[in-house]
Design a binder for this molecule. Sequence first.
Ligand SMILES: Cc1cc2nc3c(=O)[nH]c(=O)nc-3n(C[C@H](O)[C@H](O)[C@H](O)COP(=O)(O)OP(=O)(O)OC[C@H]3O[C@@H](n4cnc5c(N)ncnc54)[C@H](O)[C@@H]3O)c2cc1C
Length: 571
Amino acid sequence: METVGSVSASILSRSIHLRNPCNSHSVQSCTFRHSDYMGHRFTTPNLWIIEKSLRRKAHPLKVVCIDYPRPELENTANFLEAAYLSSTFRTAARPSKPLKVVIAGAGLAGLSTAKYLADAGHKPIILEARDVLGGKVAAWKDSDGDWYETGLHIFFGAYPNIQNLFGELGINDRLQWKEHSMIFAMPSKPGEFSRFDFPDVLPAPLNGIWAILKNNEMLTWPEKVRFAIGLLPAMVGGQPYVEAQDGLTVKEWMKKQGVPDRVNDEVFIAMSKALNFINPDELSMQCILIALNRFLQEKHGSKMAFLDGNPPERLCMPIVNHIQSLGGDVRLNSRIQKIELNNDETIKHFVLGNGNIIEADVYVIATPVDILKLLLPQEWKEISYFRRLEKLVGVPVINVHIWFDRKLKNTYDHLLFSRSPLLSVYADMSVTCKEYYDPNRSVLELVFAPAEEWITRSDAEIIEATMKELAKLFPDEIAADQSKAKILKCHVVKTPRSVYKTVPNCEPCRPLQRSPIEGFYLAGDYTKQKYLASMEGAVLSGKLCAQAILQDYDFLVGRTQQRTTVAASNV
Ligand SMILES: Cc1cc2nc3c(=O)[nH]c(=O)nc-3n(C[C@H](O)[C@H](O)[C@H](O)COP(=O)(O)OP(=O)(O)OC[C@H]3O[C@@H](n4cnc5c(N)ncnc54)[C@H](O)[C@@H]3O)c2cc1C
């Protein structure tokens, strides 16, 4: 095969820099021009190359060809790392005895675990309690055929594992990327918005710095300077500093760093509510620093995309089809009721709600952490790995959909930060999302947070409160009494326990995917991974769970054989 390009790689401190002179996704073959590897050739369709750990001659250079570059955004080191991890499942040696892995929960974490295990040649079976896929990305069709969702979901440029997954499934075109901006409502000027625009010509973090410096409506120059000085230790101290801030709330950290209260009020209330549905006086500062780090480190990190339709069909179904095409299974209406143990306190089987039992070589719980705690057998509760879970508690949040009798004008084809006391982010889905497109009527989807006080209130009260807030965002078009735009219909979806509430000191309580119980693993956005409680975090947790199972393969097979032998001799 003809050599059509070369890749040069270098390592600067700990980040990987890749340059592909071919700059094409359809390269058929490539020569690696590192002195140690001169002349080494790789051939694969859609060649892309990832260099994992170039550490001079002491460690061999690891080169992996990946098939799924991301078309919209640049292939950053984080993306290549995500693609590399995915490729390890496809290229793993086929197992002589595929493991039967039962996974509780068909949220993104459970689906991801099953997908990557299936890629590696194993047999995952997902048991989902409800009649709908997706967990916190679940959605339902009403009697008019309109969809309503558990939550308004945004995909970020800084979500490498999600985008790699879209590439693998061949559904990249389902992400509808928006302008690289963040748009905030201005409570002091009802109906007006202030933008942070990230210029495409500048690399990160300069594009972010430029966006902040150019915006003078929300923060004054002295406030920006005070905030920048406050952030200096984070820039200098790196990850250890970020982790150390887990003990402080956002508000406490701002005070300690001498950042003016107005910065908190103008920017961080909106950001805290968007990230974790709570206010800065509760949110751990580590959460904000991790988000800033992920969003500002990459040129397109804070660029946002909407899925082009309802998540169960447009995102979850392709994962299910993939799992089933490789011999796995996904069963709805199959709630795990109980974890039954052997005498040695390992798992004997899962008991389902209908009394059926299911046995497997490996068991994974990919439910929310609150459900896991309810399922934990008494015998495990004092193990510190499980005891620490007590600190992780789901936060309440409400998602509101309102269909109006007209097209609202004061809106954008984008996510909007409402900066209202009761609401967090919102979007006119009739504009932002292809499947929900309507030329004549607006459909607002709004995240109602913090929701602690509202979660037990009636839908009518929630809609009434929402309309009062909307009257400030659309002063010319919406009035609380509906004397302007009229509500055609609405849906309110309450999630009393959503993502874990990221209050200070939660980080040490997040469990690794491999538990101390043989053959038992966890997946879920709350488990240990570097992307907060998010869709990206859920998908990565599934990959890490599948990776841990693969790493333990010999042990798990040996264990199963031993049990079979013992069972046979008992007969
Ligand atoms: C309102 C809202 C807005 C959000 N916005 C964003 C956003 O913009 N961007 C972003 O990245 N993230 C967002 N998130 C967070 C994101 O949705 C979650 O982090 C992610 O979907 C969690 O996935 P998971 O698989 O870990 O858990 P889940 O989605 O909760 O999945 C767990 C599954 O387990 C099932 N289950 C429970 N009990 C049992 C049982 N006993 N047996 C079998 N199955 C069981 C559940 O039914 C569920 O399907 C938002 C969340 C909400 C609620």
